[in-house]
Design a protein around this ligand. Structure first.
Ligand code: PEP
Ligand code: MN
Length: 347
């Protein structure tokens, strides 16, 4: 159930509703919006009686949610969520470019890449210290040593760090060093890891499972939010199909579909979805055009020597070109969606 407050409801009114929800043994999720606050109620097994809430001061209405997810949906929060770390944001006015290495391999490799990312005015750096690899014999990442290098990247260039946690011990460590915790495609339905990410007090970048429906994707985000962490960024990274010309099939249609149902920002990863650097820029352009809130891309100073995903890593000049193109397209999309009120710019 959602409890929608009047636009003039005070902090005390909101607090009283929260207290009433908790006194009944449920969990309260207040979501402030631009006009009014709505409070999500979770933890109930069947329908909840609205009687204890409807008469409370400041309450406008109690709404039953029929969708399987409650907190990720636009019923609870119509305004688009913006995830902020310092001055860096995802889902806001500025198109978000998260770029960096697939795996942190050495200090030199990470620093050389970060220099170019910062030089292009991007605010986010990605790099894996824990790598989910198909083969147990493949490079698994530098673990804490990699996280320390990422921390040095932040100190040196002021970039915000996005890095993956593959399991709960990795999440404990990642939470200490990262600005945004990534949950990868293979863990999208690792429910205990999702709950643990929901207890973290850092934003979570959730990649879509490679065979997941949009509803499963949104319910995975709901797991994180149901634990009280509302800072979730969705990421489309390609799905499995019969196509073998591309590593995965980028499903760009999920971007406007997710924006219609959810207030969460959604970005696109052209690197892991195509697996091939020649296709990264064309697919990235298309994703920006359909209204993605940002891109997540792999770059490498010498991809032929990369320990992970070299064929998809952009060379520095390709990356510079991509940033210029993405910004130009994002600007056009913004102007036109402002005019027509597309979901991608609903704030
Ligand atoms: C990654 O971003 O490094 C990664 C492993 O991606 P995915 O989980 O989408 O395969
Ligand atoms: Mn990779």
């Amino acid at each position: 159930m959602l409890i929608v407050m009047n636009p003039g409801a005070t902090e005390t009114d909101i607090w009283r509703v929260v207290e009433t929800i908790e006194s009944l043994g449920f969990k309260a999720h207040p979501m402030p919006g631009s006009n009014r606050t709505a409070i999500g109620l979770t933890g109930n097994q069947g329908a909840v009686d609205p009687a204890p809430f409807i008469e409370l001061p400041g309450v406008a209405e109690c709404v039953r949610v029929t969708k399987p997810y409650k907190l990720v949906g636009r019923d609870l929060k119509h305004d688009k969520s913006v995830i902020r770390v310092g001055e860096a944001e995802i889902g806001g006015d500025e198109f978000a470019m998260i770029a960096g290495v697939c795996a942190v391999e050495s200090r030199e490799q990470a620093m050389l890449t970060a220099e170019v990312v910062a030089e292009m005015g991007c605010k986010w750096f990605r790099g894996g210290a824990f790598k989910p690899r198909t083969s147990p014999y493949a490079f698994q990442g530098l673990a804490e040593e990699g996280l320390k290098i990422l921390s040095d990247v932040r100190d040196e260039f002021g970039l915000r760090i996005v890095t993956e946690a593959v399991d709960e011990p990795a999440l404990d460590l990642t939470e200490k060093y990262a600005d945004v915790i990534q949950i990868g495609t293979r863990n999208m339905q690792n429910f205990s890891l999702l709950r643990r990410a929901g207890q973290a007090r850092k934003p979570v970048l959730l990649k879509r499972g490679m065979s997941s429906t949009l509803e499963e994707f949104l319910l995975a985000a709901e797991y994180i939010m149901s634990e009280g962490n509302y800072q979730v960024i969705l990421c489309e990274r390609g799905v499995r199909t019969f196509g073998d010309h591309s590593r995965f099939t980028p499903d760009l249609s999920v971007i406007p579909a997710a924006q219609r149902l959810s207030h969460l920002p959604i970005i696109f990863d052209p690197s892991h979805s195509t697996g091939n650097r020649e296709t990264v820029i064309p697919m990235a352009r298309a994703a920006v055009a359909v209204g993605a809130d940002g891109l997540l891309v792999d770059v490498h100073p010498y991809p032929e020597r990369a320990l992970c995903d070299g064929p998809q890593a952009l060379l520095f000049d390709m990356f510079r070109d991509l940033v210029a193109q993405a910004r130009a397209i994002a600007e056009i999309v913004k102007q036109h969606s402002d005019a027509h009120g597309a979901y991608s710019t609903v704030k």
